[in-house]
Design a protein around this ligand. Structure first.
Ligand code: PLP
Length: 357
């Protein structure tokens, strides 16, 4: 994408910086399937350390990380509890069902946030009629919840309830570092409530590829087998692990800039007629807003933005998502607000005079 295009579609669109590319080019590598890529081993140790877990495994994507987690927690005929808008349930092709024979029981939260009372009573009795309830999965920050940070007390209450009832817990922490930076709550304080934790390097951290799954040493040893059968064993993966190590070193604290830029974008949107933030407040780097139905479909709105060099994602007939990230700065945000205001002021596209198109 040329730089004059403002790309707010996702925090995955970032390009590796020159310094990150240099770290990748200079990475010492081996064969990670044979277990001797030193950079991958270093990354895995570093991630385990940051997350306070015994071990971690480098995997190609967050989808694979979550899928492996499900296989570690649940056998065929078992189920997990999750929030209805979460990524595992909605955006991973129900891989838990297709590939693991596992069911999900989804409970509607408020902007991705569940209360423990909503889960109480959902553990199925031990009876041949029922799937066995095994695990609770939470997502922090919550993507479809608008980048919502899970309230710490809810995380504590839900995971305590789960463990007290013999369930295990998994955290989809694709954007955990956004929650860490926004709250000042250390990674280990979030992660200690979970048996397994997945984090992504390719979202706000700006690496081109990769996620990691962390947990107990014997679970992660088993995870290596699952990664292999899913086709996720990589050879000289140190080149990629080097980017992830660089991102952990240099791109965590700066997430605060993305959050400040998202606040500015939200403030701009609040001032534009026909656009409405949902949720009305922004916690981290994701900004969702509705386009008034009188204007027309969100997809047409985003097409008009695109004509003016601004990319945002229509995520429903009325909703648009914008993400701030490493490759958009404050000036880009100001330009984006100007374009949003210009497009919002257009009449319905079908009523537009021809010269505008
Ligand atoms: C992006 C994302 C993932 C994983 O996505 P991949 O594209 O497979 O890396 C998982 N969970 C959440 C919440 C995400 O936003």
């Amino acid at each position: 994408m040329p730089h004059d295009v403002l790309d707010f579609r996702s925090d995955t669109v970032t390009r590796p910086t020159p310094a990150m590319r240099k770290a990748m080019a200079e990475a010492e590598v081996g064969d990670d399937v044979l277990g001797d890529d030193p950079t991958v081993l270093r990354l895995q140790e570093r991630v385990a350390g940051i997350l306070g877990k015994e071990a971690a495994l480098f995997v190609p994507s967050g989808t694979m990380s979550n899928l492996i987690a499900v296989r570690l927690h649940c056998k065929p005929g078992e189920e997990f509890l999750c929030e209805a808008g979460c990524h595992v349930y909605n955006f991973e092709q129900a891989g838990y069902a297709q590939l693991c024979g596992v069911a999900a029981r989804a409970v509607e939260g408020t902007h991705g946030v569940l209360r423990v009372e909503q889960l109480e009573g959902l553990i199925r009795p031990d009876n041949a009629h029922f799937a066995r309830t095994r695990m609770v999965a939470l997502e922090n920050t919550h993507n479809r919840g608008g980048g919502r940070i899970q309230p710490y007390a809810h995380v504590e209450a839900i995971t305590r309830w789960a463990h007290d009832h013999g369930l295990t817990t998994h955290l989809d922490g694709a954007r955990l570092f956004n929650a860490v930076v926004a709250t000042g709550i250390e990674p280990t304080r979030w992660t200690r409530h979970f048996d397994t934790v997945s984090v992504c390097f390719s979202k706000g951290l700006g690496a081109p590829v990769g996620s990691a799954l962390s947990g107990p040493r014997d679970w992660i040893a088993e995870a290596v087998r699952h990664r292999k059968v899913l086709g996720g064993g990589m050879r000289q993966a140190g080149v990629l692990a080097a980017a992830a190590l660089f991102a952990l070193e240099h791109h965590v604290d700066r997430l605060a800039e993305d959050h400040a830029n998202a606040q500015r974008l939200a403030e701009g949107i609040r001032g534009i007629d026909r656009l409405r933030l949902d949720p009305p407040t922004v916690d981290t780097n994701l900004v969702f807003f509705h386009v008034d139905r009188a204007w027309g479909p969100a997809a047409e709105f985003s097409a008009e933005l695109k004509r003016r060099g601004l990319l945002m994602l229509a995520t429903s007939p009325t909703m648009i998502r914008a993400a701030t990230h490493l490759d958009v700065d404050r000036d880009d945000v100001e330009r984006a607000i100007g374009i949003l205001a210009e497009v919002a002021a257009l009449r319905r596209p079908s009523q537009r005079p021809a010269e505008v198109s």
